[in-house]
Design a protein around this ligand. Structure first.
Ligand SMILES: [Zn+2]
Length: 113
């Protein structure tokens, strides 16, 4: 399961940080997930629930902020959001774009006490 491996490192990070900050219980974790990861929020939530069992994050609410894709055409330097899976430049029609946003995957913040 793709989501499990993606979220595992993030949870470990929060658990470690919570320990360092003497936080006994994490109540909320907010993630930023780029669209390029193609993860399903529901699957991510489930993975979170499974992987946090027995940790300070157990029972915490997971919220996910999606970061939309932004591409830049290598031909004409136009920046655009792709529609569907075809990364065609709306300006010049080239299919030669670089991903400049949408690859993010990190913990925005977490709350606990
Ligand atoms: Zn272009």
């Amino acid at each position: 399961m793709h989501e499990l491996s993606l979220i595992q490192a993030l949870i470990e990070m929060v658990v470690k940080s919570a320990m360092e900050n003497n936080i006994k219980k994490v109540s909320k974790v907010q993630l930023v997930v780029g669209e390029s990861h193609g993860v399903l929020p529901d699957a991510l939530g489930l993975a979170f629930e499974i992987l946090t069992q027995g940790t300070v994050c157990a029972g915490a609410v997971l919220t996910i902020e999606k970061s939309t894709l932004l591409l830049k055409c290598r031909e004409c330097a136009q920046e655009f959001c792709p529609e569907g899976y075809l990364y065609r430049c709306p300006n010049c029609g080239a299919v030669n774009a670089a991903l400049i946003k949408g690859r993010e995957l990190y913990v925005d913040y977490y709350e606990g006490d």
